[in-house]
Design a protein around this ligand. Sequence first.
Ligand code: CAA
Length: 424
Amino acid sequence: MTTPRTPIGIDAIAFSVPDTYIEASDLAAARGVAPEKYTKGLGVSRIAIAGPDEDPVTLATNAARRLFLLSGRDPSEIGMCVVGTETAVDHSKPVASYVHGLLGLPAQCRVFETKHACFGATAALLGATEWIASGAARGRSALVIATDIARYELGTAGEPTQGAGAVAMLISERPRLVELDVGQTGSFARNVHDFWRPLHRKDALVDGHFSVECYLDALEGAYTDWKASARDAVPSELARSCYHVPYGKMASKAHRRRLAIEGVSQDDADARFATEVAPSLTFSAQIGNVYTASLYLSLASLLAAEASELEGAQVGLYSYGSGCGAEFFAARVAAGAGAFARHLDLAGPLAGRRRLTVEQYEELRRADADADRRAIPADRPSGVDDLRAATAPGPDDHAVYLGVDHSERRIYGNVQRVAQRRVA
Ligand code: CAA
């Protein structure tokens, strides 16, 4: 008789978003496009826009602070800190090192960054899960954070599919939200130029319609491999499906393609979409594409909507990274996840954001071109703590990006959250 394995998975989850957003309909009007193309044709309602004091480091840090605050877990329990991002702030120094410092994580910690377009955080999550399963974690947990600012050139077809945000996850034994089947994943990879960002560019380049085909072909490849690799252990029924969501409509295309492999007609797949996929899209419709955080934002949205009803059920997860690499795997919603998800107040960060006009958004984009070279203010901005306090945050502190010093080192500070979030 074999001893049942201790379950491993996502113990807690939290996200952060920028303070500001634009309405997709405002952007459509400014670009001379019918608003329904963005709201219905793409499934985008709002697009989160990062401000001058927000970057992938602050988004990641603020998501993780919220995670510790609400989960009851302590930074001292962390033995691995991995940040997945495709919009890193340095060619060498990982976002994870900044985050490690800003959170005050232990020195005895494996700290690194993962990049594979929107797949980076999934590589981190699966690696962390296997690290725990191997015994190397010695009872400690992993902090996995996905953080990105999705950005295309103004006026391009990709512009309505921008967004920004971060999702932080605690990976541990006996998880309170979802359990993962360690080692049961299906993979797919192919060298394609569907979406890329040369080193000198802040805005991504994309072959849009080709990227949609690459995403769907990779889904077919990864899903088929998942079924083959798991054999009789494949759950007979996936109660819900969470997909990588560059824009909401992509998830309906994905559901059609996956169910077609099971012999389900397009009409039947569309009929099942409202139950099986739509609850996972609420948050992304309000935020937009968050690249490598996107799949986990979908999972958070699903848990916020239905964790109680889904306890014990299996959820399919599809992660796609352009370039390309993809993985399909499943998660089982843990007993008690409903009450814990309510406690985590998963939708909380969406409250109190400010709507920008398209002119304000365009002005922010112009200023953003120099953000990585912006000198830190000679005088400390009002409301910002002494910079040394950035490594010893209080529970209400919110990390902000200030600029670079004389040696181009990025400098971060803290403000008290909500009331004094902005320093500009
Ligand atoms: N009312 C309702 N629907 C309308 C409409 C209207 N007035 N006008 C157009 N539509 C519909 C179209 O019929 C179309 O629907 P289908 O996809 O079901 O055919 C949809 O709106 C989009 O219209 P177009 O295809 O004409 O849009 P486009 O050519 O301007 O651009 C895009 C679409 C290629 C996805 C573009 O937004 C883009 O390049 N986005 C960035 C790339 C991307 O997100 N790729 C996704 C896969 S890659 C990936 O997932 C990685 C990643 O995160 C980037």
